[in-house]
Design a binder for this molecule. Structure first.
Ligand code: LMR
Length: 319
């Protein structure tokens, strides 16, 4: 008999479930490190016909792991079935880019997937489903997805830029010679692409503006920015495939940022729908901006950020 009080089970869909990113992510979800040790979950895995056997293998490994919080594992290739009643949809499945490609080159192939999945979410998912789009180009895919899901609030769709935020934090920490947890208030503006703007103007190290700690402005404006923008591509050159483990970690971070209250004074980045020209950014797109959450799965945009001429110029170029 259970003495512990469990929360109500939540349904989580993961697409591209037989892929590399998911292989890292699913076991983190099942372990409780994402939604907490008292939150039982059902994992609903979406794959393709081509990957179906691999998907069966993933489900077998999850079952064999005897995670106490993992109450149900189901697999399928029809999003209208898999997305039934899901409260979270982690949309990872998409063709990844290879060496020498830009993420935007994937739009023709991947856009279609996200239109269909948007329609399926609209038809069968929980009315308050939170959607995190990981498959590239994730901003455009998120926009396509939300446009195809008019009955779900546009606000519930996210394009993953947490990976870029983490990369930016790492670079700032290395340059300043501090542990990464001393770096806060890092915003990624724009797209998860080489045009993105990692914001060192508002970022802080040990609570101080980055520019007071890292005096090398040329490094900040040029090397730092470029390094973060091109990190994904540099990794593909090394591995011959795109990042998987660090992407999964950043999906975990992105979810945790929505289901836990944001620490006082800090924020996180997410690619979200621009309603009403926030920060002067064009309306009706998905754009990464600084967000805070009360921990209820929702977020609000941060008001008090400085947009100086340098940032404004760069942000303008992304739109
Ligand atoms: C990444 O940033 O690592 C991923 O978006 C994969 C890619 O194509 O760069």
């Amino acid at each position: 008999e259970e003495t512990k009080s469990w929360k109500k089970l939540i349904n989580i869909a993961v697409s591209g479930a037989a892929g590399m990113i998911s292989n890292h992510l699913l076991f983190k979800l099942a372990s409780g490190e994402v939604f907490g040790p008292d939150q039982p979950i059902a994992l609903k895995l979406l794959g393709s016909e081509r990957s179906f056997q691999a998907l069966e293998g993933v489900a077998m490994e999850l079952e064999d792991s005897l995670y106490p919080l993992l109450r149900e594992v189901s697999i399928g290739i029809d999003p209208y079935e898999v997305f039934q009643d899901v409260e979270w949809a982690l949309l990872i499945g998409a063709k990844p880019r290879g060496p020498g490609m830009e993420r935007a080159d994937l739009l023709d192939i991947n856009g279609q997937i996200f239109a269909e999945q948007g329609k399926a979410l609209n038809a069968v998912a929980s009315r308050n489903v939170k959607v995190i789009v990981v498959g590239n180009p994730c901003n455009t895919n998120a926009l396509i997805c939300l446009k195809n899901a008019p009955n779900i609030p546009a606000k519930n769709f996210h394009a993953l830029t947490r990976l870029d935020e983490n990369r930016a934090k790492c670079q700032l920490a290395l340059k300043a010679g501090v542990f990464y947890d001393k770096v806060s208030n890092v915003t990624i503006w724009g797209n998860h692409s080489t045009t993105q703007v990692p914001d060192f103007v508002n970022a802080r190290i040990n609570g101080l503006p980055v520019k007071e700690v890292i005096k090398d402005t040329k490094w900040l404006e040029e090397e730092f920015t470029e390094k973060v923008q091109k990190r994904g591509g540099a990794l593909i050159q090394k591995w011959g495939r795109s990042s998987a483990a660090s992407t999964a970690v950043s999906v975990v971070d992105a979810i945790k940022s929505l289901v836990n209250p944001t620490p006082e004074g800090d924020w996180f980045s997410s690619g979200v729908y621009t309603a009403g020209n926030p920060y002067g950014i064009a309306e009706d797109i998905v754009f990464s901006m600084p967000c805070r959450s009360k921990g209820d799965g929702d977020y609000e945009l941060v008001k008090d950020v400085i947009i100086d001429d340098f940032l404004r110029e760069r942000i303008k170029k992304v739109q």
